[in-house]
Design a protein around this ligand. Structure first.
Ligand code: ARG
Length: 461
């Protein structure tokens, strides 16, 4: 008899190439801890239901606990000939404790086992990612609290548009990340069901207590359909989908850091710890970390596409194709984790240049909307007011002036209602303070937003 678990049916050994092609233990050993915990919950339940004896269950639990320590210490000898993490663990358990080990797999299949392991792993990875998002949010809250008085142009089309506070800009990044966290947690809520008891595809004749294993593993409930439980991976599509959106947001933050640290903007100087020099140009200080966060986004979204193609048109229930779900999922989480931490480091240590921002604000006619609003508030139809303001900008461009540098006479040449009070309206701080609606850049608003963010973070800590 072959020593393989399914040996009874087979005369010949698996072809060596086929064995190498199909072995997954090189990557699925990352599921080892989840696999052992799943097995412990399963066998305890089997004993409670009288399917295996208490003595056998105790031996199995003790053996698995010992293996768990061995695995954590990096001392488990993973054998590709045993194919995957599940067979490696079961085989070693039986080698250790003897006959009892062979009873562990009663009422179970690797199909519901691997689905359970992946749900556990993904749930834990989501929790870890959510904590790291919160850490980055904490950095943003700190930097925002320090930068209410850093005024800079807000941009549309990458053209200077209207003045805002740096804190307002940083809080916009925080909003994006808050939603990313929410999306991950939404995916978590949906995936938190236990496949154990689905067995290969059609459930099992053994009187398993599915509620007990679900509860023991921290799942909210057992899955409702055995074919779906072993044959679906949309929980991974959702998780990596949420990660992809998060990565896209990180790439946008990274892109702004790249732009802002250019000499053209010079709004920020990144610390030496998160920049690199050039091997040939001594003056360079390159924002490589931000560029790599931007670049690695392609990798994460690529993993989402891999997973979607993997699942497309698969018939129910389990298919071996699904073994290929693991590398993209693991790498997507690893990449987003590091990107979050690297950006936290970049932002924590960056120095924002208030003077450069103020200078950018002076050039760019960001007061043009104030001019139009000032006229509109005095009864000029907004479209006409907009036109007058546009003509004034054109005058400035031609004369090489800024809007506040125009004289009252020059202003009056374009519209008779201008008076001295227009000059106060052109001040950036005034323009910002007049935007005091919820969500706007006025000081009271951004202060309240920082406080609210900090309160949310404190509640989640
Ligand atoms: N290594 C497999 C996977 O990751 C485990 C399930 C194998 N099931 C099977 N019937 N061959 O998908």
């Amino acid at each position: 008899m072959s020593d393989k678990a399914w040996g009874g049916r087979f005369d010949q050994e698996l072809d060596a190439l086929a064995a190498r092609f199909s072995a997954s233990v090189d990557f699925d050993q990352r599921l080892a801890d989840q696999d052992v915990r799943g097995s412990i919950a399963h066998v305890r339940m089997l004993a409670a239901r009288g399917v295996v004896s208490g003595a056998d269950a105790d031996a199995i639990v003790a053996g698995l606990s010992q293996l768990r320590e061995e695995i954590a210490a990096g001392e488990m000898p993973w054998d590709p000939a045993l194919e995957d993490v599940h067979m490696n663990i079961e085989t070693r358990l039986t080698a250790r404790i003897g006959e009892a080990g062979k009873r562990l797999h009663t009422g179970r299949s690797r199909n519901d086992q691997v689905a359970t392991d992946m749900r556990l792993w993904t749930r834990e990875a989501i929790d870890d990612t959510a904590r790291r998002i919160d850490r980055l949010l904490g950095v943003l809250a700190t930097r925002a609290a320090e930068s209410h008085d850093h005024l800079l142009p807000g941009y549309t089309h990458l053209q200077r548009a209207q003045p805002v506070r740096l804190s307002h800009h940083l809080l916009a990044w925080a909003e994006m990340l808050e939603r990313d966290r929410g999306r991950l947690l939404d995916a978590r809520a949906r995936l938190n069901e236990c496949p154990l008891g689905s067995a290969a595809l059609a459930g099992t004749t053994f009187p398993l207590d599915r509620d007990a294993t679900a509860a023991a593993l921290g799942f909210d409930r057992p899955t409702r359909n055995s074919l779906d439980a072993v044959g679906s991976r949309d929980f991974l599509l959702e998780a990596v989908g949420a990660l992809s959106i998060c990565a896209i947001h990180l790439s946008r933050v990274a892109e702004e850091l790249v732009l802002w640290s250019s000499q053209e903007f010079a709004f920020v100087e990144m610390s030496d710890a998160f920049t690199t020099g050039s091997s040939i140009m001594p003056q360079k200080k390159n924002p490589d970390m931000a560029e790599l966060v931007r670049g690695k986004t392609g990798r994460v979204v690529g993993h989402l596409v891999s997973l979607m193609m993997l699942m497309k048109a698969l018939p129910l229930a389990y298919n071996r194709d699904m073994q290929e779900d693991k590398p993209p999922v693991f790498d997507a989480f690893d990449t987003v984790r590091d990107s979050l931490d690297v950006l936290a480091g970049c932002l924590d240590s960056a120095r924002f240049d208030r003077a450069r921002m103020a200078e950018a604000l002076r050039r760019g006619f960001v007061e043009a909307t104030e001019v139009a609003d000032w006229l509109a508030e005095r009864g000029v139809p907004f479209r006409d007011a907009h036109h007058v303001s546009g003509r004034l900008v054109r005058r400035c461009v031609e004369a090489g002036k800024t809007l506040p540098e125009l004289t009252l006479d020059e202003l009056r040449e374009e519209h008779p209602s201008f008076d001295e009070s227009i000059f106060a309206a052109l001040d950036a701080e005034t323009a910002i303070e007049r935007r005091a609606l919820v969500g706007g850049p006025a000081k009271a608003q951004v202060e309240a937003q920082v406080a609210a963010l900090r309160a949310r973070l404190a509640e989640r800590a």
